[in-house]
Design a protein around this ligand. Structure first.
Ligand code: RAT
Ligand code: ZN
Length: 413
């Protein structure tokens, strides 16, 4: 059946808009983890992306800002980004999208109006409403076993909301092993700084206990530009002798988030991290030397995006995911998504939200869908011009793979 361009476009739009999404990397938490699940205007406005942007406007001394209460911080961010400027940045304009979809009159948006429209309590009804608006069915949390508050909550919890899936985040273990030795010892694991004696076996026991407790669907850590593999140091030994074997035995992917240079400006606290472009050779070596392991990978710098797509062509145990943090902007998401589609076909995971505040799901997925629609409409139109007419079922299958199946099939492979 030959269709005109506009009916093809509207078919793609309808399919993408109605697709339910698995959000495979967030910083949201199941409601049973209580106060860890953030929502409401004050949390939305004090998202660290916005805090960083606001300092460029208000110029307040750092310590003075941090001494403010959350309500005062959010009001200052509001004044800086929404009153003294138009909210043109990706993160600031996202607040406007959230406001609109949650019923505010965005023609006359005020700080108080936003605070009234958004609930600061994550009731079951509010969670359902936000997930429904965002079209998200499944959410993967980021579970840090070295976060004291979080680990206490896990110890008390028996079951949690099945829409929220665990993932075990090992940044502390992989990047700051010496610092977490006391915490491991306090939890009953016999470890030492030199990784001698039972240490590696004990770290393995720790990892397996936490995978069971969180029912993790993958294990993850982020690294800067100092990541090498193979590596004879502490991180390399833990990776080689504990993390990779456990992931292999449990058939769990290892997710690597590469290129975050932490705390280049510590005065900005959680907003103080930056970017580094890296060598992709360690990823190649991981995939080549560990063919029975699966790797989910995202890179933070724009400069790395082409190289890593080529790497994914070489290794089918590598699944690229998301446009992370500083490349999660309209321009770069489009560039990266086109590049991935052109070199890999629909065999990658185009986006994750990285949401830290519940309502962010609404704008992050609105943006992700908009880009995927633009790119797919172009690509299907080119195919149609070449004489290959995609059917509704073809489009539905491809979109479902991009937003759901590529992730779950990789996890379960
Ligand atoms: O994007 C973010 O919110 C960052 O702060 C990081 O949390 C990053 O996504 C990460 O998972 O390390
Ligand atoms: Zn994240």
């Amino acid at each position: 059946m030959v269709r005109d361009g506009s009916s093809l476009a509207s078919m793609v739009e309808t399919v993408v808009d109605s697709a339910t999404v698995t959000d495979m990397h967030t910083h949201l938490f199941a409601p049973e983890l209580g106060s860890l699940l953030l929502c409401g205007a004050d949390e939305l406005l004090t998202f660290h992306y916005l805090i960083a942007e606001s300092f460029r406007v208000h110029q307040m001394p750092y310590e003075q800002f941090w001494a403010l209460g959350k309500r005062e911080q959010s009001e200052l961010v509001w004044r800086s980004l929404f009153e003294h400027n138009s909210p043109l940045s990706e993160a600031a304009s996202g607040v406007v999208t959230v406001a609109k979809q949650l019923g505010c009159d965005t023609g006359d948006l005020t700080f108080n109006g936003l605070r009234e429209a958004l609930s600061s309590v994550a009731t079951p009804e509010y969670i359902a409403k936000v997930l429904d608006l965002a079209g998200v069915s499944d959410i993967v949390m980021t579970n840090d076993p070295f976060d004291a508050e979080e680990s206490l909550l896990w110890a008390e919890m028996t079951n949690h909301d099945a829409r929220f899936h665990g993932s075990l985040r090992l940044d502390q273990l992989m990047n700051h092993y010496e610092a977490i030795i006391p915490s491991l010892q306090a939890q009953g694991y016999e470890v030492d700084a030199g990784l001698s004696g039972q240490s590696l076996a004990e770290i393995r026991r720790f990892l397996e206990n936490w995978i069971d407790r969180t029912k993790a669907v993958y294990v993850a850590f982020s690294v800067a530009d100092d990541f090498t593999y193979p590596h004879a140091g502490t991180r390399g030994r833990i990776l080689e002798q504990v993390v990779l074997p456990v992931c292999k035995d449990r058939k769990l992917p290892l997710s690597l988030m590469i290129g975050a240079r932490r705390q280049v400006n510590p005065a900005l606290r959680t907003a103080g991290d930056s970017v580094a472009s890296v060598s992709i050779k360690p990823v190649e070596a991981l995939c080549r030397l560990n063919p029975d392991n699966k790797f989910l990978v995202t890179l933070l710098s724009r400069e790395n995006q082409h190289d890593i797509v080529v790497t994914a062509r070489k290794f089918n145990n590598l699944m690229l995911f998301g446009c992370w943090w500083f490349v999660n902007t309209d321009t770069l998401v489009e560039e990266i998504t086109r590049m991935r589609l052109e070199l890999l076909g629909p065999t990658f995971i185009p986006q994750h939200s990285d949401a830290r505040v519940l309502e962010q799901l609404v704008y992050k997925w609105d943006r992700a869908r908009a880009v995927v629609k633009r790119v797919l409409i172009d690509k299907y139109a080119a195919l149609a011009n070449a004489g290959w007419e995609p059917s509704h079922a073809d489009i539905q299958r491809d979109v479902d793979k991009l937003f759901n199946r590529n992730f779950w099939e990789f996890v379960k492979r």
